[in-house]
Every structure is written in structure tokens, then in C-alpha cells.
Design a protein around this ligand. Structure first.
Ligand code: 1GP
Length: 237
């Protein structure tokens, strides 16, 4: 419970957290060293690893390369049970509670159990909520689910609260990687005001103002994927 307890403590002390999301499909292992160096220079507090459709098998190798030069906790953010590596420290055990596809609500989780039992990963139950963000995102396509209407904040809050009542330890508001529109600040605000557990926000956040806006609205941890992927000097600017 080390990683989760740290998130709880940070929330209690109003210390904001930042995760850099690495998609193993988009990473060239030969560049891993530079990547790690840039991560070390950034304000990141966590590294998330995952993607909707990771197909290559560089996961273990990538994580061990990162671990060699970086002390940040590595948290898996898997699209399916094939993306589990015991080299990581923890896993966001996601249930896509905004969707109505049983595969992503419970089927993948059941299949992941025997794999997880062979690891020492800290398992963190996470209610994953996809919010409509303009055009169709990979999460939407791969999960075959409909995101929640961003003009219906009450229903989004209700979904997050259902997750909390079911025992989720975190709620993740997701606009989708590379989303045109990030999760609106009004939604972050309303959800965070109505939750006791920590709130993660990600998808389509491309500048420091966007990060700040999410924090000011109540996000406890912000996830940056595409912006860092496109420009490893993103945080130096
Ligand atoms: C995606 O929330 C993450 O799952 C990050 O999204 O790639 O748009 O930063 P971006």
C-alpha cells in the first residue's frame, strides 16, 4: 500500500502529483536513456506505463531500463491483461465504469488475477471514467464504449461516486490520449468536491496552464502523455 498511501498523504497535504505516461508501443528502447534523463529533470512524481493497444513485448525491458536510472514509482496503466509486468511497482486495476462493456468492467480483471498473483505489484482499484472530448479516442474505439456526455456533470459525479461506493481507491477522469478537449474544469471541480478518494485527470492536457487548471479545479494527480511524447523538453519550457 506504499504507493497508494503516498497519494493519500499528498492529497491530505495538498501536494499535487504528476505522472508522465509512456506508451511502450511508441517508445524506441534505444532512446530510453534520453527519455529517463528528461523524466529525471521534470517535475514528475510518477511514471505510468500503458496504452490501449500495446502489442510489443518491450514492457519488461523498458521498465528495467527506467529503474536503472530513475527512482520514481512505476505504475502500470494497462489496456488489457497482457500489459502486466512484475518489474513495475504498482498497477492501476482499472474498471471502465463509464462504459457498459462487461469485458472492461470485469472480464479482463478476472483474467488478470492469476497473472497478478505471480507478481508483487501493489494493486490499486481505480474507477476509470471516459469523458466525451470531441473526436473519437483510442480508448473509446478499443473498449467499444460510449464516453460520458460532458454536458451532464451530475451523471459524471454520480458515476464517480458509484465507483467510490464500490470500493475504488482512485477515480480517473479520462478525456482520452491526444483528446481535442481535456476534461473541463467545471467537471473536475464538481467531481472532486463530491469524492473523498483522490482524483486523477488526464487526456488532452498539452500545456502548463492546462496542468495548473486541473490542479486548481481539484485534480490530485495529472497525467501527461502526448505532450511529453512529442517534446521531451516539454517541462523545461
Ligand atoms: C491518456 O490520460 C492519458 O490515457 C494522457 O493523455 O496523451 O493526451 O496526455 P495525453
Amino acid at each position: 500500500t506504499k504507493i497508494y498511501n503516498h497519494i493519500l498523504k499528498s492529497k491530505a497535504e495538498n501536494e499535487k502529483l504528476l505522472a508522465i505516461l509512456l506508451d511502450p508501443d511508441k517508445i524506441d528502447l534505444n532512446n530510453a536513456e534520453v527519455l529517463v534523463e528528461k523524466i529525471n529533470q521534470s517535475p514528475a512524481t510518477h511514471i505510468f506505463i500503458g496504452g490501449s493497444q500495446v502489442e510489443n513485448n518491450i514492457l519488461d525491458e523498458l521498465i528495467s531500463k527506467i529503474k536503472g536510472d530513475c527512482d520514481l514509482p512505476i505504475v502500470l496503466f494497462p489496456g488489457n491483461p497482457s500489459q502486466i509486468s512484475d518489474q513495475a511497482d504498482a498497477i492501476l486495476f482499472l474498471s471502465l465504469i463509464s462504459g457498459r462493456n462487461p469485458d472492461y468492467l470485469i472480464e479482463h480483471q478476472v483474467n488478470a488475477v492469476p497473472i497478478l498473483q505471480q507478481t508483487n505489484l501493489e494493486v490499486i482499484s481505480t474507477g476509470y471514467i471516459l469523458i466525451e472530448s470531441g473526436t473519437e479516442t483510442a480508448v473509446e474505439r478499443v473498449s467499444k464504449t460510449t464516453p460520458l456526455d460532458r454536458n451532464n456533470p451530475e451523471y459524471i459525479v454520480q458515476t464517480a461516486q458509484a465507483g467510490e461506493m464500490l470500493g475504488n481507491k482512485l477515480i480517473y477522469l479520462e478525456a482520452g490520449s491526444g483528446a481535442d478537449i481535456a476534461v473541463p474544469k467545471e467537471i473536475i471541480k464538481l467531481v472532486s468536491q463530491n469524492l473523498k478518494i483522490p482524483l486523477i485527470v488526464g487526456g488532452g492536457i498539452i500545456d502548463l496552464q492546462g496542468i495548473q487548471k486541473a490542479y486548481n479545479s481539484g485534480a490530485d494527480l495529472v497525467v501527461i502523455g502526448t505532450a511529453f511524447e512529442k517534446d521531451v523538453d516539454f517541462f523545461n519550457k
